[in-house]
Design a protein around this ligand. Structure first.
Ligand code: 5RP
Length: 292
């Protein structure tokens, strides 16, 4: 039975401090459930409102590509510097220690590889995502690809239904349709389709006019890095995207294929979280690289 002898009256009601009515710090999330916001807060640094996601999901399409031959060696050393890990269930389970407390954005669609026709994908089960304690689930939309647009949008809508049931944010990954121009009009359309279908995060590519892509997308946008560039160019890409309003990066090859991946991810992080200018971030990269 409860001890009723010492029931003290509360005296700390903060009467001069009204309850906060301000919105959540990430755009487009005010109408979302507490659990979804809480998961978003694991991924997006509450101070900067931004994130450095480390993408290493490439293997399900292309096998052990350069930099991802040994995820247990190559990626593990980068984990401390990332805000979130994006990978497949197989690589996360087998190569990332379960004691790792970084949030996971789980690649939740899977399908055909570069050896056949890409993007004929299906979803893994929500039980998998829940059992892996996913902070977000990612699936690709092949907007503009006649063969796979409809099925990838259907997958995505399904995933958003599941995400909304369990308050797990869903990230829309825009794959560039074969015949699509990689311009702001296309990425603006593709990003908006993700948001219209319920994405909490949109991953797309930087392009000229990116501020319009971000402005027309009511939820946080992160950029993929794309093919490996010289480090200074990759940092310039990050900087331009952030200055256009991107909420961070979900970057793979430009980190893990760098000569000095741990130095590179720290330089990217400085651009993302501290608005560091590209040349200064490159100097930081060089310094960290030389420190070994
Ligand atoms: C592939 C992906 C990758 O995660 C994405 O392309 C990010 O990696 P990179 O920075 O190497 O482009 O979603 O479907």
């Amino acid at each position: 039975m409860a001890d009723l002898d010492d029931i003290r009256d509360g005296d700390n009601f903060g009467l001069n401090t009204p309850a906060s009515t301000s919105g959540f710090y990430l755009k487009g999330m005010d109408g979302s459930d507490w659990g979804l916001k809480n998961r978003m807060a694991r991924i997006f640094n509450p101070e900067s409102g931004r994130t450095v996601m480390l993408a290493f999901d490439h293997g399900f399409l292309m096998g052990p590509t350069s930099g991802l031959e040994r995820i247990d060696l190559g990626i593990r050393s980068l984990v401390d510097y990332a805000d979130c890990l994006m990978g497949t269930r197989g690589m996360i389970r087998s190569c990332i220690p379960a004691g790792c407390t970084k949030p996971v954005c789980l690649r939740t669609d899977t399908g055909t590889t570069i050896l056949t026709e890409m993007n004929h994908n299906t979803l893994i089960s929500e039980e998998e995502a829940i059992s892996m304690n996913a902070s977000a689930m990612a699936a690709m939309l092949a907007i503009g690809d006649a063969a796979t647009e409809a099925s990838t949008i259907a997958n995505f809508s399904n995933l958003v239904d599941i995400g909304n049931t369990y308050s797990i944010p869903v990230m829309g990954v825009t794959a560039v349709g074969k015949d699509m121009a990689r311009d702001a009009r296309y990425f603006g359309l593709a990003s908006r389709v993700c948001a219209e279908n319920g994405a909490s995060i949109v991953k797309t590519y930087y392009t000229e006019g990116f501020e319009k892509v971000v402005a027309a997308c009511p939820v946080p946008v992160v950029i993929a890095g794309g093919k490996k560039l010289p480090e200074l160019e990759a940092l310039e890409l990050c900087y331009k995207a952030i200055q256009c309003g991107a909420s961070g990066v979900d970057m793979g090859r430009n980190v893990f294929q760098s000569d000095a991946p741990t130095a590179m991810i720290q330089a990217v992080s400085a651009v993302v979280h501290k608005d560091m200018k590209p040349q200064e971030a490159f100097d930081l990269f060089e310094t960290l690289k030389n420190e070994g």
